[in-house]
Write a protein that binds this ligand. Structure first.
Ligand SMILES: [Zn+2]
Ligand SMILES: [Zn+2]
Length: 70
C-alpha cells in the first residue's frame, strides 16, 4: 500500500464553497439589521462572534437557488 491518501474521509467533509455576494440584489445592498440571530452574534453588536454569519436579511438571493422561485 502506497502512502497515497484520497481526499475526504473526515467527519463533516465536503467542498466548502465560498459565498460571494453579487452586490446587486436588495439583500446585498441593505445593512445589518442588528436584531436577527446572526447580527446579535456579531462582535460589533455585542455578540461572541462565533457564528460568523452574515445578517439574515443580507443573505444574497442571487446565489441561492430557492425552490419555487423563477
Ligand atoms: Zn440581522
Ligand atoms: Zn446579492
Amino acid at each position: 500500500m502506497s502512502g497515497s491518501k484520497a481526499l475526504g474521509g473526515g467527519p463533516g467533509g465536503g467542498a466548502r464553497r465560498r459565498r460571494t455576494r453579487c452586490r446587486r440584489c436588495q439583500a446585498c445592498m441593505r445593512t445589518e439589521c442588528g436584531e436577527c440571530h446572526f447580527c446579535k452574534d456579531m462582535k460589533k453588536f455585542g455578540g461572541p462572534g462565533r457564528m460568523k454569519q452574515s445578517c439574515l436579511l443580507r443573505q444574497c438571493t442571487a446565489n441561492t437557488c430557492g425552490p419555487g422561485r423563477r
